[in-house]
Design a protein around this ligand. Sequence first.
Ligand code: ADP
Ligand code: MG
Length: 289
Amino acid sequence: ATPTALLVGTGRGAQLGILIKGAEVLEQTRRVDTIVLDKTGTVTEGRMTLAATVPARGQDPDEVRRLAAAVESASEHPIAAAIAAGQTGLPPVTNFTNLEGLGVRGEVAGREIVVGRPGLLRERGYDVPAEVEEACAAAEAQGRTAVVAGWDGEARGVLAVADRIRPTSADAIARLKRLGLHPVLLTGDNETVARAVAAEVGIDDVIAGVLPAGKVDAVKQLQARGRVVAMAGDGVNDAAALAQADLGLAMGTGTDVAIEAADLTLVRGDLAAAADAIRLSRRTLAIIK
Ligand code: ADP
Ligand code: MG
């Protein structure tokens, strides 16, 4: 009877928009007590838009946007899509490098352009004037991700990027909590933006500003404290953490890399299906017992 019940469980999962990699996954699903949620593209839609371009003193905002867009047009990140959207006839970029979880760099007419977290420019020896820092803080206070563009050793402006929380996230997280799971928001984005999103969806525990490798470490640390961890994510940068987690949940709207690394796929990219999966696993396995 056991295999039959499991098959029924996986079949019911498919009806609910949950693709389960193997019947044994249901057993893992039932055991989880903590759910780590990636922010961008998981709790939020991850379809970002450029809300504002704030040039540094003496800079032309159109030039800041165009040079940033030129370099970002080689990246697949949602931030890159927001910055490059609608820009045509951009200058060619050479020696492009994607600095995973930090930003991008490339050369336009032999001059290096860097676009990314403020810390990335500082680490690369760029001067970041106080007014640029202030523009970043102002954008972040509005829940926007601040990206800095610079060249010739100096930060030239801030691109404020906005994302939307998925309309279903708050309800789904409330359901997960009622099922006894402790939610944790995990993101490479900065703390201020992460806290604003967490507050809106009812999450108290936030781990922000992490590099892609830091996401795996965050999952490992929770496991070391005895937690049985589910991780939900969508990005290339989430794949290792999805594999490390006791249960990996990929958003069906996310990257193939994340889907391959996960045990479960939430087909519609809706976190409500994560709560459905937990309930389903408990019911299916209760029938077996
Ligand atoms: P998340 O964990 O929210 O999916 P990422 O790890 O992909 O975020 O990125 C973390 C941070 O690195 C972003 O918030 C942004 O500041 C910076 N970043 C990453 N990729 C880019 C890019 N292509 N252009 C500019 N900034 C980027
Ligand atoms: Mg993401």
